[in-house]
Design a protein around this ligand. Structure first.
Ligand code: GTP
Ligand code: MG
Length: 135
């Protein structure tokens, strides 16, 4: 069994899609091991998205992720990292995310793609430590 960090981003929280995302995680058979509404400051945002530092969209990404509360969760299960990426759908909600995925069903723009999920075991370890240091 494996753990992944999931975020419902400010667009998902603002649109009232927290329950929908959690419901899909549960229906997939994954388990919640931590769940919290969080206000993200610039420092946490920069650390979370450090891999994108220097990219043209980096500042917009930080502005967006700090623009309102997020719901942060640690999700556990067999192949949880890939399983959540599957139910989230690809990064671009129209070009890459299939209908039936969270982004495919609810998203239109790449910046406003509703959820985050760790992309590897290494990222998951780093992100869980960053968001939930006491876990
Ligand atoms: P996360 O789960 O949020 O990390 O998304 P991802 O792993 O599917 O994508 P990636 O890590 O490559 O990019 C992180 C986030 O940056 C994406 O979810 C988008 O919100 C945003 N992003 C990626 N590419 C672009 C882009 O070309 N333009 C803009 N405005 N945002 C982008
Ligand atoms: Mg990513």
């Amino acid at each position: 069994s494996e753990r992944t960090l999931v975020l419902v981003k400010p667009d998902g929280v603002g649109r009232g899609l927290v329950g929908e995302v959690i419901s899909r995680i549960e229906r997939k058979g994954l388990k919640l091991v931590a769940l919290e509404l969080r206000h993200v400051d610039r420092a946490l945002a920069e650390q979370h998205y450090a891999e994108h530092d220097g990219k043209p969209f980096f500042n917009d990404l930080l502005e967006f992720i700090t623009s309102g509360p997020v719901v942060a969760a640690v999700v556990e299960g067999p192949r949880a990292i890939a399983a959540f990426r599957q139910i989230a759908g690809g990064t671009d909600p129209v070009e890459k995310a299939a209908p039936g995925s969270i982004r495919g069903d609810y998203g239109l723009e790449v910046q406003y793609n509703l959820v985050h999920g760790s992309d590897s075991a290494e990222s998951a370890g780093r992100e869980i430590k960053l968001w939930f240091p006491d876990l």
